[in-house]
Design a protein around this ligand. Structure first.
Ligand code: F6R
Length: 241
């Protein structure tokens, strides 16, 4: 596990964007696993900047996103498809037909989860997976649990996650209670993982991720077993180490 300590969110974002840029330059037809939330927004801004300067070409890139709220369609402004379009895809030359986000409106959720895993295999697996870290140690929407989930599946969001994400909705009652997420197995099969973490409210979860016991009660702790993980975290997030 490689850890980069940065002064603040801006520096964290620049560093993470550099790692993703290197991936896109070295393998223009790579598969990027992408995340939503506050943590990667600055990284996406840097990638857009790199594209606008002519340094990055996303025309051959495929992307697969980690998760989506159940019940929200692509036009809903809090859906993760909408987030990806507005924060990244609409501003770079990626082929939108090769950007994939789990379907929040699938009728057959279980079937759609299986199809999503098959799709990831079909495109050749994930070259680089970008992750944020939940305050409760979740990655994707793999919440603290008794076991590590393997493949893409439907989850009930915990009170902690609903509380953390209510800032994006009109009220807590509007936050969906369920989501579809890639499993821990899917994430762990990515060839390279980059985790962006910022802020003191993540410090405890980050300490457990890096040096706590490996347990599904803190899902990100499994990353200790991955051969190529880079954590890019600011001083506040690393303050408990
Ligand atoms: C988002 C995701 C989540 C977030 C995590 C941190 O696609 O899967 O695991 O990365 O909840 O969220 P932020 O970055 O908003 O603190």
């Amino acid at each position: 596990m490689m850890i980069y300590k940065t002064k603040n969110y801006t520096e964290m974002s620049r560093k993470a964007a550099n790692l993703i840029s290197a991936q896109v330059i070295l393998k223009p037809d790579c598969v990027l696993g992408l995340a939503t939330g506050s943590s990667p927004i600055g990284t996406y801004e840097q990638l857009i900047d790199g594209y606008q300067k002519g340094d990055l070409d996303f025309s051959k890139v495929t992307s697969v996103n980690l998760d989506e709220y159940l019940g929200l369609g692509p036009e809903h402004d809090q859906s993760y498809r909408y987030f990806m379009n507005t924060h990244l895809f609409d501003h770079i030359n990626i082929d939108k037909s090769r950007t994939f986000v789990p379907d929040g409106l699938a009728q057959d959720v279980e079937g759609a989860c299986k199809e999503y895993d098959a799709l990831i295999e079909q495109v050749g697996g994930i070259d680089l997976q970008l992750l944020g870290l939940g305050r409760n140690g979740h990655i994707g929407f793999n919440e603290p649990a008794e076991d590590f989930a393997r493949g893409t599946h439907c989850v009930d969001l915990t009170a902690s996650t609903i509380d953390a994400n209510k800032r994006f909705f009109a009220s807590e009652a509007d936050v969906p209670r369920q989501a579809v997420t890639m499993g821990i197995g899917t994430i762990m099969r990515a060839k390279k993982i980059v985790v962006v973490v910022s802020g003191a409210d993540k410090a405890e979860a980050l300490r457990g991720t890096i040096c706590g016991p490996i347990t599904p009660k803190l899902p990100a702790s499994i990353l200790q077993l991955h051969p190529d993980v880079t954590i890019v975290a600011d001083e506040a997030a690393l303050s408990q180490l």
